[in-house]
Design a protein around this ligand. Structure first.
Ligand SMILES: [Zn+2]
Length: 239
């Protein structure tokens, strides 16, 4: 697998990062590929559709949830002929506020952030702007900002004018983004550096939250209390 460009850890095809349809697992997360015989680590990009379709989705989801809903934990594994110990960082989404047939919703205990995770693996981070949008009956738009990515080959000639649909078609990965139109993606071409095939672009989209999560959040969002950091400290002192 090439490390030169973002290829999916499941299908090996190019991953264009689109919020709600693809993501990545950075190496510092120390996420174990618990479904592999010799516990390897998961590092790299993935299409959420590939994760959902993978036989390893439950193990992936469990390992991801273990990281996401904690404050870090010690892990041990066999490597280099011995037992290695590492501290796997946590994401701090410790408070479960919803669990349904398809997904769970956890809230961070240190910042105004929520994690919706499908039992099949894919996850969506909602921060305060998204929760405020939901409270106002608007879609929770995700705006990760400008992405830089190395294209796997020479792009189409009119890259600067291409729509997102044309770009995905040109890259041959349209089928990895099922239901994307419903997320009303707003794609913006920024720049292309031809010598290194680096594309700069931005996509804003509404994540495909499971219906049960969307319904829960519609009820929850208008009444949520933002984290009060002064009170948080006091609560910790009071235990
Ligand atoms: Zn894939």
């Amino acid at each position: 697998m090439s490390s030169e460009y973002a290829s999916c850890v499941f299908c090996g095809e190019f991953v264009l990062h689109i919020p709600g349809w693809a993501s990545d697992v950075p190496s510092y997360r120390l996420m174990r590929a618990t479904w592999q015989e010799e516990h390897a680590f998961v590092v790299g990009s993935l299409h959420f559709s590939c994760l959902r379709a993978s036989p390893a989705r439950e193990e992936f989801a469990a390992e991801f949830a273990g990281i996401a809903t904690g404050h870090g934990r010690e892990i041990t594994f066999q490597a280099a002929g011995g037992t290695q110990t590492l501290v796997q960082p946590g994401l701090g989404y410790v408070e479960e506020i919803f669990r349904g047939d398809e997904c769970a919703v956890h809230r961070s205990d240190t910042r105004d952030s929520w994690l919706v995770q499908e039992h099949a693996g894919p996850w969506y981070v909602l921060d305060r702007p998204q929760m405020e949008a939901i409270a106002q009956g608007k879609p929770p738009r995700l705006d990760p900002g400008v992405e830089r990515i190395v294209l796997p080959g020479e792009p189409m000639a009119d890259l600067a004018d291409a729509t997102l649909t044309e770009l995905l078609d040109g890259l041959g990965v349209t089928d990895r983004y099922p239901g994307l139109a419903a997320g009303e993606p707003e794609y913006e071409f920024w720049k292309y550096f031809a010598p290194k095939r680096v594309l700069e672009y931005a996509v804003i989209a509404t994540p495909p939250l499971p219906t049960e999560a969307a319904a829960f959040l519609r009820d929850y969002a208008p009444g949520y209390q933002p984290i009060d950091f002064d009170a948080l400290e006091g609560d910790e002192l009071r235990g």
